[in-house]
Write a protein that binds this ligand. Structure first.
Ligand code: GLN
Length: 191
């Protein structure tokens, strides 16, 4: 049985729980989704999602609960997906970065809350159908290292990328009914 964790210190946790449960059901995967807050819970996981929210707050809580080392260790062992604030934590270039992926990230790259938007993206890995993406005070990936594949771009900027089994998404796949990104993430469990 697989166990997928949603890091539950701050941010849109319940939306990810719902999306990943729905994706598991569609893929006929039996398993549990755990709202993770402790080191022991992290140790048992087969996959981890770091949600959107506020990256500074999340990183402070990660330190407060002493989760940094365990999350870094997991990056070599299981798939991890970071969405929006989660992408900022996965990458480099910000005070609160964990630096798990070789991507340089710019926070709030599209401006303030008012500049949040929705758009259809081409994401070839997910098929021909465009992906309707919701950007909320989103970051962008400014630079990627050699081992990183850019999976989606918006306006010439990288907004989704993958390095081994680490996936960074600048928008919010948990806020739309399209489960393709959660399914893609679950597909990495087997690899
Ligand atoms: N702007 C937020 C940050 O820098 C991220 C926004 C989001 O996760 N929707 O942490």
């Amino acid at each position: 049985m697989i166990e997928i964790g949603i890091l539950s210190l701050q941010g849109d946790v319940s939306e990810h729980v719902f999306a990943i449960k729905s994706a598991m059901k569609k893929m006929a995967l039996s398993g549990e989704v755990v709202e993770v807050k402790t080191r022991d819970q992290l140790k048992a996981l087969n996959g981890l999602i770091i949600p959107g929210g506020e990256s500074t707050t999340q990183s402070k809580l990660i330190s407060k609960y002493g989760l940094n080392t365990e999350i870094k260790k997991l990056a070599d062992e299981i798939p991890i997906m970071g969405t929006c604030a989660g992408l900022i934590l996965l990458g480099k270039g910000n005070r609160n970065s964990l630096g798990l992926m070789d991507i340089k990230v710019k926070r709030n790259a599209f401006g303030r809350q008012r500049e949040s938007f929705e758009t259809d993206l081409r994401i070839p890995k997910l098929g021909k159908e465009p992906y309707h993406a919701i950007f909320i005070r989103a970051p962008v990936i400014e630079e990627v290292g050699k081992g990183v594949e850019v999976l989606a771009e918006y306006d010439g900027k990288a907004v989704m990328a993958q390095q081994d089994r680490l996936v960074a998404v600048a928008f919010h796949p948990e806020l739309t009914p399209d489960l393709r990104i959660h399914r893609y993430f679950l597909g990495l469990l087997k690899k």
